[in-house]
Design a protein around this ligand. Structure first.
Ligand code: NDP
Length: 294
């Protein structure tokens, strides 16, 4: 029978664990984990994510700031806000909601964030740590995938993990994690991207298939082998004959592959649910490290 990897349940478990640890941290050290989210402009999809980050912070007892500025704000203004929060001891995590408007250099903003407060794990310093296997913040979506594999006891060592997609936020970090000589990884990794001529040739070899592309229902049953574990990162909105007029689907054709795979993350209710929980985990970790220095 196919196992459904339940991101909703796992993320709730993680949040409950964090609530307990946060209460203890506050009681023993007085340090309240603090997260600031900077949003430029009022893109409705970004606002949904930002509001849900703020709501989760409140549930966990974190100090939470959402700072919204107009999309036309200058790069200097963004950099000076980041510098201000770098020097604010009540803030342990700084998150700049991406993508940024075109007139702002995204990399410049990311590299201005103090690596110790880089709860997205996008700073080159932390990317380097991840590649060489040192402890540091892991980008939230890949971190969520690792937790799913760990908490469902999915064997990864010596397995062939195929990652489709090579973005800096999902594909590259998860591929770099999966080959690490660590208990929860130790895989043989193949990465596919838009220049891969026939991805099916590769995806069919996967014991673990991680898909982060942004193309609805790209992977069908003829693209996988019997018994594969599928982690579907995609979040795609497609037209549907329902009240809303749309529905959310992944990059994997869930109904088509379901009987053939041994485990799968649903969309929605899979990886997406984990991302915010892991942002909270990274913020807690950063606050915990800061508490050791006072
Ligand atoms: P990007 O657009 O940044 O990257 C997509 C990647 O897929 C690129 O590497 C691209 O290749 C590759 N690609 C595009 N088309 C194909 C194809 N036909 N065959 C093989 N590879 C292809 O996307 P993200 O990584 O940011 O996001 C991917 C998906 O995951 C989206 O649906 C997004 O909404 C979702 N997402 C979900 C999150 C969650 O919390 N669950 C978090 C982040 C993203 P190339 O590099 O050559 O262009």
């Amino acid at each position: 029978m196919t196992l459904i990897i339940d991101g909703k349940k796992l993320s709730n478990d993680i949040k409950n664990e964090l609530l307990e640890k946060t209460t203890e941290l506050i009681e023993t050290t007085g340090v309240v984990p603090g997260l600031v989210v900077l949003q430029l402009g009022e893109d409705p999809a970004s606002s949904v994510y930002v509001n849900s980050k703020q709501k989760t912070c409140k549930e966990l007892g974190y100090h939470s700031i959402v700072h919204r500025i107009p999309a036309e704000s200058s790069e200097e203004e963004v950099l000076s806000l980041v510098e201000k929060w770098n020097n604010d001891s009540t803030i342990h995590g700084i998150l700049v909601q991406l993508p940024l408007p075109k007139h702002i250099d995204e990399q410049k903003v990311i590299t201005t964030i103090d690596p110790n407060k880089d709860v997205d794990g996008f700073h080159p310093h932390n990317v380097g740590k991840l590649v060489i296997g040192l402890k540091g913040p892991i980008p939230c979506t890949p971190y969520g995938i690792v937790e799913m594999l760990k908490r469902y006891n999915i064997e990864t060592s010596g397995k062939h993990t195929v990652v489709v997609g090579r973005s800096n936020i999902v594909g590259k970090p998860i591929a770099n994690i999966m080959y690490q000589k660590k208990e929860y990884a130790n895989s043989i990794v193949t990465i596919c991207h838009s220049a891969s001529k026939n991805i099916s040739e590769f995806t069919k070899q996967a014991d673990i298939l991680i898909v982060a592309v942004g193309v609805p229902n790209l992977i069908k049953k003829e693209d996988i082998k019997e018994g594969v574990v599928i982690i579907d990162v995609g979040i795609n909105r497609i037209d549907a004959d329902n009240e809303k007029g749309y529905k959310i689907v992944g990059d994997v054709d869930y109904d088509d592959v379901f009987e053939k795979c041994s485990a799968i993350t649903p969309v929605p209710g899979g990886v997406g649910r984990m991302t915010i929980a892991m942002l909270m985990q990274n913020t807690y970790n950063s606050a915990y490290e800061a508490s050791k220095t006072i």
